[in-house]
Design a protein around this ligand. Sequence first.
Ligand SMILES: *Cc1c(COP(=O)(O)O)cnc(C)c1O
Length: 422
Amino acid sequence: MTRFPLHNAPQWVEEFGSPLYVYDAQTISAQYQRIANAFDPNISLGIHYACKALNNINVLKLLRSLGAGLDAVSIGEVRLGLRAGFAPEEILFSPNGVGMQEIREAAQLGVQINIDNLETLEEFANEFGNSVPVCVRINPHIMAGGNAKISVGHIDSKFGISIHQVRHLHRIVNTMGLHVHGLHMHTGSDILDIDAFMRGATLLMDLAHDFKELSYIDFGSGFKVGYRPDENTTDIEQFGAKMSERFRDFCMEYGRDLKLIFEPGKFLVSESGIFLTTVNSTKTTPSTVFAQVNSGFNHFPRPMLYDAYHHIENVTNPDGEPRIYTVVGYICETDTFGYDLKIAEVRNGDVLAFHNAGAYCSTMASNYNSRVRPAEVMLINGQPQLIKAREEFEDLMHGQIELDAFEPKNETTLEELMMTEG
Ligand SMILES: *Cc1c(COP(=O)(O)O)cnc(C)c1O
């Protein structure tokens, strides 16, 4: 859970308005260092930040300054990465379900390309042959976590080339003369069961022996952070030690040192963020007390989308008597942030802080209900700095083209109309 001091939160709201996302740069750096330090320093380690979690340019620049590479899932993210100063070869483009146009564009920009579909690989080979090296995404069908909504490695998943299609993969690679420089997996599962993750990783390393030109293996992500105060998280130090040992053995057998890559999103930024909202009112109904805040799933979709738990606390009345609330938003649709939450007594105007707001919150926000998106602030050495302005009404009109067709044609009144008809 988010750890940075919240006693200044009311000031941030006063200065930058409400609702507000706040990210702590120090927390991001600390999480980055934790991963970097968890692995054997003799291994060439690549930490590629999965920027779909939080794509503010300053967050990308911060992670680049720490030594991270980038994991991009769209051409837009590739461009953001280049804008943030990543070298093309530091960016791995791992799209799913895109057409050749987007892959071509990425190839032209010089970034690493990760292909997760045999048909697409054939198309790629027809166009680029052996002139552009490629990474292939394998689906090992290992399900380490329990949540099928966030797991992408299971048998029904649309992601990756099934491990059962590897014979076909080799046929394409060999016939077309492709240069496979990387193997990739991303099961999306929570690495709580380190051994389950290691089974998937081992499958990938077993496959790797049949690809002689590799320079890296990318094991994706799955690093788990705590959303509840007492939740278990990935024991990254233990995981790093086990993985380092296994990977060193692999490199010995392979005959060459490869780069070991991970691409965490959530682990790097989830706990760095809080989302601050203001209570518009409370409402007692026959079943509960609602605390109604000035936001909704337009800004903060994870609870509605994934049944995700986000810890909520009252930062303006921290010593109030705890009561049970259902926290909801102002969207004209059910937008519950949490049921039966024990929160210090909530009064109108209180500021509620939602924890773990760094990952998959602002990047998933929309303008639904014609609501503008909030401002974003970054704490740098504890000092708040605006990194994204709150949207304004005109942003809702941006790109809309107002046609003349529906303008009132003339000023004919109903009375005049009746007279002409009469
Ligand atoms: C989303 C994504 C990640 C990051 O996953 P987290 O759970 O946020 O760490 C990594 N790799 C790929 C290919 C992804 O799509």
